[in-house]
Design a binder for this molecule. Structure first.
Ligand SMILES: Nc1ncnc2c1ncn2[C@@H]1O[C@H](COP(=O)(O)OP(=O)(O)OP(=O)(O)O)[C@@H](O)[C@H]1O
Ligand SMILES: Nc1ncnc2c1ncn2[C@@H]1O[C@H](COP(=O)(O)OP(=O)(O)OP(=O)(O)O)[C@@H](O)[C@H]1O
Ligand SMILES: [Mg+2]
Ligand SMILES: [Mg+2]
Lengths: 167, 164, 164, 167
């Protein structure tokens, strides 16, 4: 599988509108000036896949992920990110013939919702589906900004445990 | 269980050395079990030696060298148990030009089997992408748009991006 | 004692805003006392707002924006109580081209009153130096040598350095 | 004052030989490939000025600062770094007419020595001299590799304490 599309609404700097980022297999580069929103795309991806650690998404509370508005635009009342995984290989049985759509929303009361192809579900159900694809929202396949050098500072125990958990 | 672990360890170790030598030509690296007889009672230590140098602790390697070691480890694990996608946010920040190029070539190689989403300010990396997305602030809101490789004349994040 | 602190705080605050606006044009930043009535019973919070954006916590600023805030703070303190020399090791790692240039110009400005020793891989920074030292491995030992600005055709740390 | 010269012998990657780096006032850039020794120059400067934290010089023990040798060269038996401060403004009375030379050496037994213009002295005496120039080996005028973003993560208390200590 691969990520076909990430859709943002009201999330961080994406404004109170729908922004769609279509992706392909292979090597995609994301470029742009400082502060334009590149890492926010990644935060959105982590958020939608059920990442719990707000700190790693640079938010103190989940509500900080909601677009705060600009000089000319009002804040959003909720933040939602949807990730679409390709299912052409039927890696996700139960969704045969369609792609897997994972959605997560948080409103300004701090209340959160997960959806699987439009149907409300729990975070655990999301994680189960992701596990079929060997995807983990806290996985090592996410190297966040500033974190690459830290990998060499892993303790020997943690490194062994990491490999243990792979098998 | 130990046999499973050792099989994974040995295979990852093999790829770890392979990739490190690609990123740091003439360099040698390996993972070492602190307790080879009883692996689960010790950890895994990394030794890395760039060409011509003698082994120093991984701590005393430079920022760029540590980046190459970390990436070699990630790619080695990828070889063993691929993830469908990888997200790399400015992993080339500490690298000099030639090292950015080498890392980019390894990403390109692994991108035939996994999806790589790579944020970068470095031209030597971006030019190897199959697809480029530009991100900029429009009325103080993030705008995302496709960029054709031919439009990429100047180092990105530079003057060309400011004009957009 | 409080008066001394307030005088330092206000002066540094002034320079902090000045320098930040130089580095982030149209941006506004200030230091705020958590307890203005009793400064020593609270800390100092930083607020920074790039042009057009609304205040978000300093935590949610981007890597490049945080770098500019941190440098503005350093330069503001420099203004108030200069150190004879400053050492900056790859402070431009997270910056895009235009921001590297702005930081470099501010270093140049402050370098008239303090000595700046700046390690960098970024051409837009290095070209502003008064003096350039090249460092390379010769027989696996560090060699340090002077470089004339005219020899600097290619981005350093790039092909030109590898040929040396 | 300013740093006129830094002299390395047996220190980290500088080999068992004397390497001199002459500096000028103003803006000096240091460039070169990864792993060539740029940050080691800074570690040497910190070391000579009496920095105690080995971790910030990427050494577990002081002995790790001694050149370990290469395939073709033997290790050094000690590491020494000398820093020469300009004294043309007589900022350091007691050294009138000459520059201030601070030297620090550590040998492979881990034994350390400080020298002021060739004469043995204590670390405290070095710090007193440096204080005349407003120089502190742990000062904020050293922004080490990877540390610039950390500055924004200072707690509000630490930031206030920092300004307190300036006055
Ligand atoms: N809830 C929010 N509402 C509006 N804007 C926000 C919100 N949260 C964060 N931002 C803005 O997003 C910007 C940071 O975006 P991001 O980290 O994605 O930048 P970046 O493109 O990765 O930059 P860099 O190249 O410096 O890493 C900041 O300017 C911040 O103010
Ligand atoms: N005691 C020692 N003896 C010999 N070599 C050493 C010693 N300690 C560290 N080194 C070597 O110094 C090198 C690191 O140097 P340094 O950190 O100065 O590089 P750098 O030029 O700053 O690189 P980068 O651009 O990646 O930050 C490493 O290759 C390390 O093996
Ligand atoms: Mg970023
Ligand atoms: Mg370095």
């Amino acid at each position: 599988t691969y990520i076909k599309e990430i859709i943002f609404k009201g999330f961080k700097s994406f404004g109170d509108q729908v922004v769609s980022v279509k992706l392909d297999k292979g090597f995609t580069a994301i470029i742009g000036p400082n502060g334009s929103g590149k890492s926010n795309i990644i935060d959105g991806l982590c958020f939608s896949l059920g990442r719990l650690s707000k700190k790693t998404m640079r938010a103190e509370n989940l509500k900080d992920l909601i677009f705060v508005g600009t000089k000319t635009k009002k804040p959003a009342s909720s933040a939602e990110v949807t990730v679409i995984f390709d299912n052409s290989q039927n890696l996700f049985p139960g969704f045969t013939g369609q792609d897997l759509m994972i959605s997560r929303e948080v409103n300004d009361k701090g209340k959160g919702t997960y959806r699987l192809n439009g149907t409300r579900c729990t975070r655990e159900e999301i994680l189960l589906k992701l596990a079929l694809a060997n995807v983990d929202p806290d996985g090592f396949n996410f190297i966040l900004q500033g974190k690459i050098v830290e990998l060499t500072h892993m303790s020997p125990e943690d490194r062994r445990i990491f490999i243990e958990e792979l098998v | 269980k130990t046999r499973q672990f050792m099989r994974a360890f040995n295979e990852i170790n093999l790829h770890f050395s392979e990739v490190f030598t690609k990123l740091s030509p003439g360099g040698i690296s390996k993972m070492i079990l602190e307790n080879p007889a009883k692996p689960f009672e010790g950890g895994i230590v990394i030794e890395a030696r760039p060409r011509g140098k003698k082994i120093t602790s991984i701590e005393s390697l430079s920022g760029g060298e540590k980046t190459l070691v970390a990436l070699s480890f990630i790619f080695a694990v990828e070889h063993f148990q691929p993830s469908p996608f990888y997200v790399m946010d400015e992993i080339d920040a500490a690298l000099d030009g030639p090292n950015v190029h080498r890392v980019s070539m390894v990403i390109k190689e692994f991108a035939t089997s996994s999806q790589f989403i790579v944020i970068s300010h470095r031209e030597e990396n971006i030019v190897n992408a199959d697809k480029i997305y530009g991100v900029s602030m429009k009325d103080s809101i993030t705008d995302v748009f496709s960029i054709k490789m031919e439009e990429m004349e100047v180092a990105p994040g530079d003057k060309s991006m400011e004009d957009m």
